[in-house]
Design a protein around this ligand. Structure first.
Ligand code: GLC
Ligand code: MG
Length: 523
């Protein structure tokens, strides 16, 4: 594999709380991941991205970090992290860890010191504390609902673009970049292969902290996603809290740090920016390596929409020389079989979309459980834990975070050694969705993912970087990549296929035709 292994990798997202539990407390942990790495090797992915496992009070399930240099006891120890890295590397899997630089936990020693210190102190200057006599200092809304400001006992306010327990750091204070450089080096020294950078477009806010100018139909919140907004149309709006030009200097510095650690270390950024061009700015040659391309995930089930995403994606990344990325699901959005309507049709569409994505040049990011075709779960209100759900009063993101079913007939379906329900209850009809049940069934979604990833290694990786869209009718997405022809039927009528040997299909084909909601690779 080349030094820039990520350019055409398949990277599997492990949501640590929900992958595998080793100690029976109902919460996934690092030894749990290590014990199940064989599943990822058998699936045929190249790398895993592990969501935050650092010390954290878990108000946003780890995206609220109280100590960036230690493992939360809930998930294990630093030695467990080392063992996970070693075992993954033995199996030929790379490991990406999650870095959360936009905010700390309110329990981080820096924020505790800021609360104990007076207004105007150096301790407060690591965050964005402001005075205001008549309500919050500006009109910004938290991504999780409500105002982005909370008042402390002496009357000052602090900014939190997410939960009140996630105070935003002031990246104009040199102590902040210095701290994160140390964090990067710490994990690079322990052997991680890369970082996923949380809210990478957020670090700097317009220095004036002026009001956001809102159109009459816009609410005072921000473009970043909470699960329920998965289908939002991105439209240009005034965003003094996101995507400020100063942020790029940070990533130029991080590029140097990654380079010093070796040519095979990478960073992928979560950047919910407003245009493909502003996203591409994060992957200029001297900045980060990849950004998540959320365009396909946001697109409706439409050949035309998918074709536009493909064209726009290449147009954005080619000028900067970065590799495109593709993703259909993650821990913040409704799982794609459910987004596509749920039931057998939603699953058929999800398999077809996944297979189409896997044929494209660039990297694909998979989210744990999609290889099992798991649907979004309707989590009962009393079991909801996502701070976004609690603040907004919506279903939130718990429905895509239900612990994985591995084996057996009832909860916890082999997720852990216990016999009770895990931290989010699993549905009682998941026995047929377990890894064990699906391994035994060649028609299962798991068997399909294994075939698709193997076909990708065999036929797609070497098929070159250029993609030509073909016109096979208005409801059909079709493209050629080297010797491969890929056809996705988004319409309701069966389509005649062009000549070619069928390499892979998302469902059984009848003669040389492609039914609705199905995709095929031809050679
Ligand atoms: C990112 C994460 C999300 C988290 C938020 C705040 O969007 O993906 O899960 O809640 O950042 O850290
Ligand atoms: Mg556990």
């Amino acid at each position: 594999m080349s030094a820039q292994w990520w350019r055409d990798a398949v990277i599997y997202q492990v949501y640590v709380r929900s992958f595998a539990d080793s100690d029976g407390d109902g919460v996934g942990d690092l030894p749990g991941i290590t014990s199940r790495l064989g599943h990822l090797r058998d699936l045929g992915v190249d790398a895993l991205w592990v969501t935050p496992f650092y010390r954290s009070p878990q108000h946003d399930h780890g995206y609220d970090v109280a100590d960036y240099l230690d493992v939360d006891p809930l998930f294990g120890s630093l030695e467990d992290a080392d063992r996970l890295l070693d075992r993954a590397h033995e199996l030929g899997l790379r490991v990406i860890v999650d870095l959360v630089p936009n905010h700390t936990s309110s329990e981080h020693p820096w924020f505790q010191a800021a609360l104990a210190a007076p207004p105007g102190s150096p301790e407060r200057a690591r965050y964005l504390f402001r005075d205001s006599d008549d309500g919050p200092p500006n009109n910004w809304g938290s991504v999780f609902g409500g105002p982005a400001w909370t008042q402390v006992a002496d009357g000052q306010w602090y900014l939190h673009l997410f939960d009140t327990t996630q105070p935003d750091l002031d990246w104009r204070n040199p102590e902040v970049p210095a701290m994160f450089e140390e964090v990067l080096r710490f994990w690079l020294d322990r052997g991680v292969d890369g970082f996923r950078i949380d809210v990478a477009h957020g670090l700097f806010k317009e220095e004036s902290l002026r009001d956001q100018v809102l159109e009459s139909d816009e609410s005072a919140s921000s473009v970043a996603l909470t699960g329920d907004h998965a289908m939002i149309e991105l439209k240009l709006r005034d965003e003094p809290m996101w995507d400020q030009p100063e942020v790029h200097d940070v990533y130029r510095r991080w590029h140097e740090i990654l380079d010093e650690a070796g040519p095979d270390r990478m960073a992928v950024a979560e950047t919910w920016t407003q245009t493909p061009e502003s996203t591409a700015a994060f992957v200029r040659p001297d900045e980060l390596d990849q950004t998540f391309n959320f365009a396909w995930l946001l697109a409706a089930w439409s050949a035309e929409a998918f074709a536009t995403v493909i064209t726009d994606t290449f147009a954005a990344v080619e000028p900067v020389g970065a590799s495109p990325t593709w993703v259909l699901s993650n821990h913040d959005v409704v799982r794609h079989p459910s987004r596509y309507g749920g039931g057998p049709r939603g699953l058929a569409r999800a398999r077809a979309a996944t297979m189409t994505m896997l044929a494209l040049p660039g990297a694909s990011y998979l989210y744990q459980g999609e290889e099992l075709g798991l649907p979004e779960v309707d989590v009962a209100a009393e079991h909801r834990q996502d701070p976004a759900a609690l603040r907004l009063g919506t279903p939130g993101r718990d429905g895509c975070r239900v612990p994985l079913p591995w084996s057996g007939e009832q909860a916890p379906y082999g997720f852990g050694p216990g016999s009770g329900q895990p931290w989010i209850p699993q549905p009682d009809d998941w026995a047929s969705l377990t890894v064990a049940a699906q391994q035994a069934d060649p028609g299962s979604t798991l068997s399909f993912y294994c075939r698709a990833l193997s076909a990708r290694r065999e036929h797609a990786r070497a098929a070159g970087d250029s993609v030509d869209l073909l016109d096979l009718g208005e409801d059909v997405l079709a493209f050629r990549r080297g010797p491969l022809t890929v056809v996705l039927n988004c319409g309701s009528r069966t389509v005649d296929l062009p000549e070619g040997e069928v390499l892979l299909a998302s469902a059984a084909l009848d003669s040389h035709t492609l039914p609705a909601d199905t995709a095929v690779w031809l050679r």
